[in-house]
Design a protein around this ligand. Structure first.
Ligand SMILES: NC(=O)C1=CN([C@@H]2O[C@H](COP(=O)(O)OP(=O)(O)OC[C@H]3O[C@@H](n4cnc5c(N)ncnc54)[C@H](OP(=O)(O)O)[C@@H]3O)[C@@H](O)[C@H]2O)C=CC1
Ligand SMILES: [Mg+2]
Length: 341
């Protein structure tokens, strides 16, 4: 028979063994988000990703770049030199946890001199968009989340109803206007991105702001009150004058450029071929064959223009969900061709 305390101990051990590491990770972060004291304590042992006016710090590793995670003690030592070590508590936001079970934070040091900080931390603050293609598939989402959360806090310093300053909780998961008793939570805009196909071709488009030669899937922000299905149908009708028949969900992605969007990606089929281009939205839209897209997917960096000044067709890089949709369509077409043989 187990005594009270050893029962609790055994239960905890068993519970810990039964919990997957993912569940432990999720519960750990939940506690830090909700509990200011726990999060304040974790700030003493965590690691920090550094930003300056929303640009992350990067170190050049020769062939690649990395954004270093700085320990609390190293960060405190350097910030103490600026008389600003209290910034750690006031300005940092919780963005995740490391494999070692320690919290990871991001902090924007935009109030301090950029070039001195770059010397202190042996790196360069660089716009995320400029360097995104050279980051790993793990690194970009973390930095994108950090940048979006830091931007949201910078943009929500005041209550939109009372005009009074808002206060962030320690983790940065919300801001409160104590005068009006209002709570603000970080927001993302839902966006649909759809690869429209008709028989054995699919439709890609470009806006005149895109780099030369780049075509991508249609996309658009959800209007308030719409379902995702309604947004897909409306955007395809608005942008290229086609009526969506079937829709299939594929995947989703948080996209930080230019603001925080939740991209919901799907495949859509239509029953007509004739495009009616909305030139207020798009510069061009056309149907592409499997062969054309296989070629467009091959570019690993932005291609040089041809001798006659025309730009080869290319599609967004792997970090963009548009790439995933196009790749998926290409694989499916190839599988269909094999079945037919
Ligand atoms: N990750 C990926 O693979 C891709 C991501 N995207 C992203 O998808 C998003 C949507 O792209 P796009 O096709 O241009 O969108 P839309 O077709 O909806 O049109 C863009 C217009 O919507 C308006 N707008 C801007 N922000 C919002 C908002 N939060 N809510 C409602 N309307 C807004 C702006 O109009 P106005 O300025 O006139 O007010 C803007 O010019 C962009 O953020 C883009 O970066 C797009 C393609 C690929
Ligand atoms: Mg659009």
């Amino acid at each position: 028979m187990l005594s009270g305390s050893s029962f609790i101990y055994t239960f905890r051990t068993l519970h810990t063994r039964l919990c997957s590491s993912y569940v432990k990770h999720a519960r750990f972060l939940f506690d830090l988000k909700e509990n200011d004291d726990a999060c304040r304590q974790e700030l003493q042992y965590g690691s920090f990703y550094l930003f300056h006016n929303l640009s992350p710090l990067f170190r050049n590793l020769g062939r690649s770049f990395c954004s270093p995670a700085v320990t609390t003690s190293d960060l405190k030592k350097i910030l103490a030199g600026y008389g600003k070590d209290e910034l750690i508590i006031e300005e940092s936001v919780l963005i995740g946890s490391s494999g070692l079970g320690r919290a990871e934070f991001a902090i924007d040091l935009g109030s301090l001199d950029k070039s001195n900080l770059e010397k202190d931390f042996s790196g360069k603050f660089t716009e995320l968009r400029k360097i995104a293609m050279q980051l790993t598939e793990n690194e970009l989402p973390l930095l994108a989340k950090a940048q979006s959360l830091l931007r949201w806090h910078a943009d929500h310093q005041y209550c939109s109803r009372t005009g009074k300053p808002t206060q962030k909780n320690v983790s940065g998961s919300k801001r409160t206007c104590h005068t009006g008793g209002l709570i603000y939570y970080p927001q993302m805009s839902p966006v649909v991105i759809m690869l429209v196909s008709y028989k054995n071709r699919c439709l890609l488009a470009r806006q005149n702001s895109y780099p030369a030669g780049m075509y991508t899937a249609l996309s658009g922000f959800c209007d308030i009150g719409e379902t995702l299905e309604e947004t897909v149908r409306r955007e395809v009708a608005e942008e290229v004058g086609l009526d969506v028949e079937f829709l299939r969900y594929s995947a989703s992605q948080h996209w930080p450029f230019p603001n925080s969007s939740l991209m919901v990606a799907c495949h859509a089929t239509v029953q007509q071929e004739e495009i009616s281009l909305n030139t207020a939205e798009l510069e061009s839209a056309r149907w592409f064959t499997l062969g054309e897209l296989e070629k467009a997917l091959q570019w690993k960096q932005i291609p040089e223009k041809e001798k006659d000044g025309t730009a080869p067709i290319w599609v967004p890089p792997k970090i963009a969900i548009a790439h995933h949709l196009i790749q998926e369509w290409v694989q499916e077409q190839k599988a269909n061709l094999q079945e037919d043989q």
